[in-house]
Design a protein around this ligand. Structure first.
Ligand SMILES: Nc1nc2c(ncn2[C@@H]2O[C@H](COP(=O)(O)OP(=O)(O)OP(=O)(O)O)[C@@H](O)[C@H]2O)c(=O)[nH]1
Ligand SMILES: [Mg+2]
Length: 246
């Protein structure tokens, strides 16, 4: 399958198994969404049974919010642009004991969140992060991987936490996440979550997750400029001393 080529739901489902959340505690899945009409049907179909999808519409002009509402998601509208603004609006709207985050572009399978939430529930970890493992060329362009690797090295120097990826697929307890009082509203949001969690003594664990080519148009990592902006946002997070961000 080539880069950017749309995949249909059956192919993705075959690669990762059927969605299942039965037997797991209900969780809310926050899905930041900026023009993801092409990906929404597959993404929402993969939300584990009994869980709630919270699609945070961040100024979409392609009808994403209507599509998501028709497919049964809760819609939250966030007018402030930025990945972090969308994620945080979703976190604030959530009310389940466990909150997950997942990109809404079809690159990550929300069904993979079930064991991640189980790990938090069992007390094995406070934050579980999916380490992206690309399944095809083009899923994760080399410049984006290089930027991510640099950020991971800086994270380790800053906190001692060893992660292979600042991945967007995550699970944690809702109240604990709110207590982190995250302030970044751009691309630094996922990194700030890890930094503050580390500073607060959370146990952070990582699991491998398949990363497939996104559906629709790339907004960040598909371009050098987008990647550079993301790395700049993340460096700003790492430069902020712990006392200054509490
Ligand atoms: N970049 C960006 N993404 C947003 C925003 N608001 C919501 N999103 C969503 O956040 C998720 C992650 O953004 P992506 O565009 O996939 O960013 P990425 O995965 O780093 O890079 P690409 O997939 O290559 O574009 C997607 O579901 C977007 O639709 C925003 O203001 N900026
Ligand atoms: Mg993406």
């Amino acid at each position: 399958m080539g880069e950017g080529e749309p995949r249909d739901g059956s192919e993705r489902a075959a690669s990762t198994g059927e969605p299942t959340g039965r037997g797991s505690p209900p969780a809310d899945v926050v899905l930041p969404c900026l023009d993801e009409a092409a990906a929404l049907p597959w993404v929402l179909d993969r939300i584990p049974a009994g869980w709630r999808a919270i699609v945070v519409d961040n100024g979409s002009t392609d009808g994403s919010a209507d599509i998501a509402a028709r497919l049964g998601a809760r819609i939250v509208t966030e007018t402030r642009t930025g990945f972090g603004a969308a994620c945080h609006a979703g976190l604030r709207a959530a009310d389940a004991e466990f909150v997950c985050f997942c990109d809404c572009d079809g690159s990550l399978d929300p069904a993979l969140l079930v064991p991640m939430v189980d790990s938090v529930r069992s007390g094995a970890a406070d934050l579980v992060v999916g380490r992206r493992r690309p399944t095809a060329r083009g899923a994760w362009p080399p410049h984006a991987r290089a930027g991510n690797a640099a950020v991971v090295r800086m994270l380790r120097r800053r906190t001692g936490v060893r992660l292979g990826d600042i991945g967007p697929l995550r699970a944690a307890r809702r109240t604990a996440l709110l207590d982190l009082a995250l302030t970044d509203r751009r691309s630094g949001y996922p990194l700030q979550m890890v930094v503050r969690a580390a500073d607060a003594g959370w146990r952070i664990s990582e699991v491998d997750v398949p990363y497939t080519p996104r559906s629709g148009r790339s907004k960040v990592t598909g371009t050098w400029r987008g990647t550079w902006t993301a790395v700049r946002d993340m460096r700003a997070v790492l430069r902020t001393p712990s006392e200054g961000i509490r």
